[in-house]
Design a protein around this ligand. Structure first.
Ligand SMILES: NC(=O)c1ccc[n+]([C@@H]2O[C@H](COP(=O)([O-])OP(=O)(O)OC[C@H]3O[C@@H](n4cnc5c(N)ncnc54)[C@H](OP(=O)(O)O)[C@@H]3O)[C@@H](O)[C@H]2O)c1
Length: 280
């Protein structure tokens, strides 16, 4: 294998640097997680995206220690699960995540879903602010927040989220929500960046891939990178983990970018945050 590429950082609104490309561990079985994360770290990834909901925080922590890397070399994100939308519950859940990861701090902690019918996410956010002030997390953010949810945070709380992690891929370009975030200093993290594989047989993406001599996954991930979003594709397949990091030695033209963005058809593969109120 050739040497690992240099992955650019994005600077968040509080000055914290986050690698623009990371590795996601949703739907990786806990028994496979340590090996998968270790493979990603060996390949050169330095940013791991997990969540209490994924049930594999312990294994993520184990992989990091097995890698021999310093804690400070890897950016680690986890998320507050859906049943903890109350002040004390959120504080306790953060401590549990830290304990399961066996880490002294997290780089980023997110409210996983707004859960409007389950609790008051502004109360939850005030707990996130307290966690942030405690110094045990470098940045706090949200996930799956719509413009209305963000507006309420702006009106009723004080810390502006550093990121909003939302579903984004060529079939769901999310340009309005991304622009709203950018206007308020909130970086967009694009989850399911290749739509769990669903965009890879698209004729437009395949044609561009043929022309630039890359795979459809690389073209799609490069589209995200050139839009300035943060991505963390998931794969348990070593060759794909290596493929998905090779994004920094080619470029898409303005026309390629426009053609891929034009594939937007408002199609979600995940739930709608306005109505999703599922507690595991
Ligand atoms: N905040 C949220 O609510 C939320 C929701 C969903 C996801 N996320 C985060 O976003 C991360 C990524 O999203 P995701 O896991 O849903 O979907 P994804 O990264 O878009 O796609 C993962 C799927 O694509 C396959 N794949 C990966 N690389 C490929 C390649 N180069 N060629 C062909 N197939 C490839 C993987 O298969 P194999 O593994 O079999 O190789 C897997 O089935 C998650 O792991 C998680 O960290 C967050």
């Amino acid at each position: 294998m050739t040497s690992a590429p240099t992955i650019p950082d994005i600077t968040l609104n509080n000055g914290v640097a986050i690698p623009q490309l990371g590795f996601g561990v949703f739907q990786i079985d806990p028994k496979d997680t340590e090996a998968a994360v270790l493979a990603a770290l060996e390949t050169g990834y330095r940013h791991i995206d997990t969540a209490e909901m994924y049930g594999n925080e312990k294994e993520v922590g184990r992989a990091l220690r097995a890698s021999g890397l310093d804690r400070s070399d890897v950016f680690v994100t986890s998320k507050l699960n859906n049943g903890y939308h109350a002040y004390g519950d959120a504080l306790a859940a953060f401590s549990r995540s830290l304990g399961d990861l066996a880490m002294e701090y997290l780089d980023l902690f997110l409210v996983h879903w707004p859960m409007p019918a389950v609790g008051d996410y502004t109360e939850t956010w005030r707990a996130m602010e307290e966690i942030y002030r405690s110094g045990r997390v470098k940045a706090i953010g949200v996930s799956n927040f719509q413009i209305g949810h963000l507006d309420r945070l702006f009106q009723e709380t004080s810390v502006v989220p550093a990121v909003n992690q939302i579903e984004v891929h060529p079939y769901l370009a999310q340009d309005e929500l991304r622009a709203f975030g950018a206007d308020h200093g909130i970086a967009t993290e694009a989850w399911s960046p290749i739509a769990q594989g669903k965009v890879l047989d698209n004729a437009v993406i395949k044609a561009i891939a043929t022309r630039v001599e890359r795979t459809p996954a690389q073209v799609t991930l490069r589209w995200h990178i050139q839009r300035g979003d943060i991505v963390f594709p998931k794969s348990v397949t070593r060759s794909r983990v290596e493929e998905n990091i090779r994004l920094f030695d080619f470029e898409l033209t303005r026309d390629d970018m426009a053609q891929i963005t034009a594939l937007d058809r408002g199609e979600r593969i995940g739930p709608d945050p306005d109505t999703f109120n599922w507690v595991p």
